[in-house]
Every structure is written in C-alpha cells, then in structure tokens.
Design a protein around this ligand. Structure first.
Ligand SMILES: Nc1ncnc2c1ncn2[C@@H]1O[C@H](COP(=O)(O)OP(=O)(O)OP(=O)(O)O)[C@@H](O)[C@H]1O
Ligand SMILES: [Mg+2]
Length: 277
C-alpha cells in the first residue's frame, strides 16, 4: 500500500475535523478524494504530509509511520497544497531553487531538477519573472513543480485546479497523467466531479470527517439503480410520443429536443466515415 490511514482523528479544539477515518491507497493508483467543504480532506492530507500531528490513529506512507519517521516519509511524498505556497516577491526560478534546497537538493542535482520543474510547469519563458506578477494558472503550475522537485513516488494534489483557465487545467491533467504513467501513485482531491471521472479509477468520498464510500469509480456509479432513462425517437411529435407512452401505462415527462450543432454538421457533411482507403 502507498498510503494507509487507520482510525485517523483530527481535532482543532472543539472541532472534530476528521473522525475515525480509515483509507488505503494502493500502489500505482490514481485515487480521487472527494468531499464537501469542511469534510476533512485537507486535514487528513496534512497528517499524511507530516505537517499536522493526528489527534489519534495511524498514517503510513510506503509502510513508514509518519509520526515515528517523518523525514523518511517526506522523502517518498510530494504534496501539492490547496492554498498556493510560493514566495511572491521571488522569481519563478528563485522559488524552484529555494524549494529544491528545502527538499534537500544542492549542486548539479538541484540545477537539473530546477530545469525539470521549469519544463513541467511550462514556465521556461517566464523563469525570471517575479511570481507576484504571474497569472493564477501559472502560479498553480509552479505550485505543483516546487512540490515535486525531489522526485517523490507518491503524489498528493489538494485541489490543484482551483481558479485556473481551461488551458492550464488541461496542462495540469496531462501532468498528472504523465507522472502516473511513469509509475507514481497519485491522490487527487477536487470538487469537480468531471475531473475525477476523467482521471481516477478509484474514488473515496468523505463527509463530516468520515469515509462514506470507497470503491472503483465504475462500480460506485453503477451500483446505484438507474432512475431516469433517455429514449430517442426520431421523426415523430412530442404529442405522439406522449400518447404512445401513456397507452403503455408509462407516466413520463416528454420534451422535444431541437437539432444540435452536431446534428447540423452531420446533415451537411454526411455521416460516413472519412477514413482514407
Ligand atoms: N487550523 C484550523 N483550525 C481550526 N479549524 C480548522 C483548521 N483547519 C481546518 N479546520 C476546520 O476543520 C474542518 C475540516 O477542514 P478541512 O480544511 O480539513 O476540510 P476540507 O475537506 O479540506 O474542505 P475544503 O473542501 O473546503 O478544502 C472544517 O470545519 C474547518 O473549518
Ligand atoms: Mg481542503
């Protein structure tokens, strides 16, 4: 297992942010962690990242207990925090050097990894720019790069696409997929369901500090019985469809749909495949 959380409790005074959470992230997974605001996702991630001491319970990263051996656990982990953690007054490349130094890199290795980080974030052309002047998407990309400079094999992304445009979001997706394809384990937290559907095979849902579901995405979705059906009838009127359904004893809401741009496109250009023969 890459990450094992057992009976985790996190309290902030009277607030119980995490209550008896148990979760296992298998090696090589892209694991979606979902939950409403205040569900306890970031509090759990901070325990995994060794920056928060659990009130109770155990967290192991690559089999290493994060409380007993935090430095060893940190070497395996790259945690991209929910809130941007960058030095706004420093340049892009200075940020990479400072974070690389904090992650234990120096000399030629640091130089190599700074170049890797610039390429990962696609910020080579902006290396000397002061971070405070960058767009939100550029900062998010840099926030990812500075967290992964030590080449960890277990990556945790806490809402990495908050406030970015579709282009930066797409770049972040491609980055996550590429890092996973190289054999790393990924935990991905977001409020956007379509991101989890696009990226993740395994999904956990937490609410009020507790695990409410954990399964493969397709099993989780198909386990619910379908409640609505889409039936497509062409060349008829809404009245005729309604009458036919009523005659069959089915009570159905029927609405007619106009042509979509795709319908128009296919009517104008035909439905035949254009494969070269
Ligand atoms: N440092 C803190 N001090 C006090 N309460 C906190 C602290 N951090 C989080 N909380 C509270 O703990 C609960 C869980 O917060 P947490 O940030 O872990 O949730 P989350 O699932 O990450 O939410 P979001 O989706 O909004 O990021 C919330 O009620 C929050 O207000
Ligand atoms: Mg959070």
């Amino acid at each position: 297992m890459s990450i094992e959380i057992e009976g985790l409790v996190v309290r902030y005074g009277a607030i119980a942010a995490v209550s008896d959470l148990s979760l296992r992230v298998p090696e090589g997974a892209i694991f979606g962690l979902l939950g409403p605001n205040g569900a306890g996702k970031s509090s759990s991630i901070r325990c995994v990242a060794t920056v928060q001491v659990p009130t109770a319970g155990h967290v192991r990263v690559g089999g290493i207990d994060v409380v007993a051996r935090p430095e060893e656990a940190r070497r395996l982990l790259g945690v991209v925090p929910q809130h941007l953690a960058l030095y706004e007054a420093l340049s892009v490349v200075e940020n990479l050097r400072v974070f690389g130094g904090c992650l234990g890199l120096s000399g030629a290795r640091l130089g190599d990894r700074v170049a890797w980080g610039l390429a990962l974030a696609q910020l080579e052309a902006h290396a000397e720019k002061v971070v405070g002047t960058l767009s939100g998407g550029m900062k998010r990309r840099l926030n990812i790069a500075v967290s992964l400079l030590h080449d960890p094999r277990i990556l945790v992304f806490d809402e990495p696409t908050t406030g970015v445009d579709p282009q930066s979001r797409n770049h972040i997706f491609e980055t996550v997929r590429a890092l996973h394809a190289e054999g790393r384990t990924v935990v991905y937290t977001t409020h956007y369901m379509e991101e989890v559907e696009a990226l993740c095979r395994d999904v956990a849902i937490v609410d009020k500090g507790r695990l409410v579901a954990c399964d493969q995405l397709d099993r989780l979705v198909s386990s619910a019985a379908p409640r609505a059906f889409e039936v497509r009838v062409e060349g008829s009127s809404a009245e005729a469809v309604r009458a036919a359904l009523a005659a069959s004893g089915l009570h159905a809401a029927v609405s007619a749909r106009g042509r979509s741009l795709e319908d128009v496109f296919l009517e104008l250009t035909g439905r035949g495949l254009r494969d070269a023969s």
